[in-house]
Design a protein around this ligand. Sequence first.
Ligand SMILES: [Zn+2]
Length: 88
Amino acid sequence: MKVEPLRSCIACNEKKTKKELLRIVREEDGSYSLDLSGRKNGRGAYICPKLSCLEKAEKRKAFFRAFKENISEESLAKLREEIREIAE
Ligand SMILES: [Zn+2]
């Protein structure tokens, strides 16, 4: 049996397989989006597919740690929408 590599959520630090987490990518133009195909280029970070972890990530400055920059309110709102669609 193949052992799945684990990734940890940038908000709660729980270790899970890639399938159980969402990959957030910072694209070259500086925008953030969810990488649902797993093939987007850019710096990525993993997060649980729930809004509570997104809020936690924001509060804990997890985006700054993962991407070395503060995420804009606009990008955050976009991610919130994308996660909300998946989480429902
Ligand atoms: Zn989490």
